[in-house]
Design a protein around this ligand. Structure first.
Ligand SMILES: [Zn+2]
Length: 181
């Protein structure tokens, strides 16, 4: 799914959860940040290349909006780093290990991880075999589920319509169910 929709769904989910449990502002911000980070970290290796290497900002922009087969040519090392960062951040295996490592000392789920998990779960079903299928089992496999590509026009429209309805509902019911017992 696109970055904006990831942020909006995570924001809506956090706002709803805040009606049922105490969620501080920093935790809410961290949750939304982790929901968008998986699509941003893969761009990091391109920045030194675009700023000081042979790349251009136009190529960085082209990479961000690329469709399969039309990505700009990257230096092999940049492409390799970017690919594996994308895999790591979209892997349920990696997320499970991190979740466990953060859970162990406090025996409590670290709420911002819900943002990361939301990204992975949404992406698994909103990417298809020919549109960057998500390597959810990385590093064991880079194969992904053949879902429905999020850029399919009717799905894109439906997704934003659903977001608009959800955000409107949250706004209209604001303050109605503050902290259930
Ligand atoms: Zn993603």
């Amino acid at each position: 799914m696109d970055i904006l929709a990831h942020a909006l769904w995570a924001g809506a989910g956090t706002a709803y959860a805040a009606r049922r449990m105490t969620i501080s502002r920093p935790v809410a911000v961290a949750t939304v940040t982790l929901a968008v980070l998986p699509d941003i970290v893969q761009m990091l290796p391109l920045i030194p290349w675009a700023v000081a290497g042979g790349g251009t900002l136009a190529e960085l922009h082209a990479f961000a909006l690329a469709v399969p087969g039309q990505e700009p040519a990257l230096p092999p090392l940049v492409a390799l780093f970017s690919h594996h960062l994308h895999c790591i951040m979209h892997s349920a295996v990696v997320a499970a290990v991190v979740t466990l490592l953060l859970w162990l000392p406090r025996r409590r789920f670290w709420i911002p991880l819900a943002g990361w998990w939301s990204h992975i779960v949404i992406d698994v079903f909103t990417h298809s075999a020919d549109y960057y299928a998500v390597p959810v089992l990385y590093p064991f496999s880079e194969r992904g589920f053949d879902g429905l590509a999020w850029n399919t026009p009717w799905f894109l429209a439906l997704n934003y319509a659903a977001l608009a309805v959800t955000i409107l509902w949250l706004a209209l019911t604001r303050g109605r169910s503050k902290r259930l017992p």
